[in-house]
Design a protein around this ligand. Structure first.
Ligand code: DON
Length: 575
């Protein structure tokens, strides 16, 4: 298989560079690649960039399994989708095997050894949002390469080098910049001026890339080659680790070569639940995603939302009330389980849902009480990326990973060509500090040496009667959990088609601020007035989430890859 895979990948990479994987969707003879729905009986990858979906599908076609394809796709996204694709960040991978068993990998970033809960306080003794979110201290010890290496070592079938090679090719030979990426890079160029290595990497001598031009990242290619040749050591020790630690020391960051050497990804037990007979397999802490998702679904299970239907004020009321309760518990109780005891079993039990469902009144909004946890979580940015993979044996992989903000900390490691995350911003800012601007100061999620910061990422797999049904997930900070909630409800309660499940409008409520944010077009003005009359405060907003999903057609058993139409770069690749 190894040689066969190599030759396919060389051909695929060359094809990508020439024409096949640029912004215009083009079918290679063997892989169907499209910006819209793709059907396939064999294997499928849906991700945020065509070249990355193609790289994953080529791995599947050559005999790699879904874990292999997920790794190849993730590494290709680190080249082609720099807002969120990464080797300098972290995330989660949920796997369901063909026999119905499942597992998850946690490669969330960690705080460095020198971290402490007061580390985001400036010289004036005050909490500093800048230090917390946009400084060298905002960078967590990256987890992606360790996570991919561990997943590969444990469940991969292809050779590691063959999974890294497509990314090396895309970085070394370049890839065609899409309109969306060109716009995104041009929009950040001024901000990048404070980060010379980033400015140099993502512009042509200060001139923005145009759509259709080729973006080459030579330093990134060299780093990826080290990762290809040395595995995780190519990132966590040697040249790459030294360059990263040097940049940290230069900019006042605290990550050292020791922090990098000590980083380990973890295989954990998934969070599992059921919803009207469907099995939900999702991410465990340190993500709050799976726990809050199952809690909210359990609450909704006691209501007939299928009867009221999508976009209806009563349905919206029930969704909001379930979200309010799920997010309250998230703020109060969830954090890194290696540091804090998290009551996942209780929060995801049907009995607990029965208890909190009883506090929901028909047609009348509850009130969110900040006193419950002495603080308020705030809104988050929307720059993460989710992708879905299914192979010919029915192995399914759901991955969400991130740099946190778009382009993370904006810091590219000089000489190593990859962006660093600003994930430390997901820790609470300062013990006891809570305020109206959205800070929360509760204990569980404070920065401590080697603790992982709480996440909302919710890569999820749905099954029924032992059969795979869907692979789902989304970016969007805290909105992620609610986006995934909508996907499940759309599928299970509303019986929507795969395209409708993904495209339907969504809403978000996160307990505090006590406002429901509705996607434009979620409901009519008259229905919104009914919702407001129940006591809900609503606001309208842009697209919520980017759900690149795969569904199994219940009649034919075919895979249906559906990129979210909210993202013009998203692409499905089936073979
Ligand atoms: O882990 C989290 O929940 C956040 N750091 C994810 C950030 C995010 O989703 C931003 N964009 N989509």
């Amino acid at each position: 298989m190894t040689n066969r895979l190599s030759s396919f990948l060389v051909a695929a990479t060359a094809a990508c560079v020439a024409v096949a994987c640029g912004p215009a969707a083009v079918d290679s003879p063997e892989v169907s690649l499209a910006r819209g729905t793709v059907n396939s009986g064999t294997g499928m990858v849906v991700s945020a960039y065509p070249d990355a979906s193609q790289a994953g599908a080529e791995v599947l076609r050559a005999g790699g399994n879904a874990v292999d394809a997920a790794i190849a796709t993730g590494l290709a996204l680190a080249v082609t989708h720099p807002t969120a694709g990464n080797i300098g960040g972290g995330g989660f991978m949920v796997i369901r095997f063909p026999d119905g068993t499942s597992t998850v990998f946690d490669f969330r970033e960690k705080a460095p050894l020198a971290a402490h809960p007061e580390m985001f306080v400036g010289e004036d003794g005050e909490y500093s949002s800048r230090i917390h979110h946009r400084s060298h201290l905002a960078v967590g010890v990256p987890g992606t390469v360790a996570g991919f290496a561990l997943a590969h070592e444990t469940y991969g079938a292809a050779s590691w080098g063959e999974l890294v090679d497509p990314a090396v090719g895309l970085a070394r030979d370049g890839f065609e910049v899409s309109e969306r990426l060109a716009r995104s890079l041009a929009g950040r160029l001024e901000a990048f001026q404070d980060y010379p290595a980033t400015h140099a990497q993502f512009s042509r001598d200060g001139v923005p890339y145009q759509a259709g031009e080729t973006l080459v990242q030579a330093d990134l290619a060299a780093t990826l080659e080290r990762i290809r040749d040395q595995g995780r050591d190519g990132f966590y020790s040697g040249v790459t680790a030294r360059l990263l630690a040097e940049e940290m020391a230069r900019g006042g960051g605290w990550i050292t070569e020791e922090d990098l050497a000590r980083y380990e990804a973890r295989e954990r037990e998934p969070v599992r639940g059921t919803y009207r007979g469907y099995e939900i397999i999702s991410m465990a802490p340190p993500s709050s995603g799976g726990t809050a998702l199952v809690e909210m679904l359990n609450v909704l299970e006691g209501f007939d939302v299928a009867a009221t239907g999508p976009g209806n004020p009563e349905t919206a009321h029930l969704l909001i009330e379930a979200m309010r309760r799920g997010f309250r518990d998230r703020a109060l109780l969830l954090a890194d389980p290696d540091f804090v005891e998290v009551p996942v079993g209780r929060l995801t039990s049907k009995a607990y849902a029965d208890e909190i469902r009883g506090t929901i009144q028909a047609g009348a909004a509850s009130v969110s009480d900040p006193g419950d946890v002495d603080g308020m979580p705030g809104w988050e940015s929307t720059e993460t990326t989710h992708y879905s993979v299914v192979d010919g044996d029915g192995m399914a992989v759901s991955v969400t990973y991130t740099l946190e903000g778009g382009y993370g900390s904006y810091i590219t490691v000089p000489g190593a060509g990859f962006l660093l995350n600003n994930e430390m911003g997901d820790f609470n800012g300062r013990p006891g500090l809570t305020n109206e601007r959205g800070l929360i100061g509760t204990e569980p999620n404070l920065a401590r040496p080697e603790q992982r910061m709480l996440s909302s990422m919710t890569p999820t797999i749905v099954a029924r009667d032992g059969e795979l049904v869907a692979v789902i997930g989304s970016p969007g900070g805290r909105t992620i959990i609610n986006t995934v909630l909508h996907l499940v409800v759309n599928l299970v309660d509303f019986g929507q088609s795969p395209e409708e499940v993904v495209a339907s409008k969504r809403l978000h409520h996160q307990w505090l601020p006590d406002v429901a944010r509705l996607e434009d077009g979620y409901m009519s003005a008259d229905d919104a007035a009914v919702l407001e009359a129940m006591g809900h405060v609503i606001s309208w907003g842009r697209g919520q989430g980017i759900a690149h999903c795969i569904f199994v057609d219940p009649d034919s058993g075919d895979l249906v890859g559906v990129p979210d139409p909210r993202d013009t770069d998203g692409a499905a690749a089936g073979y």
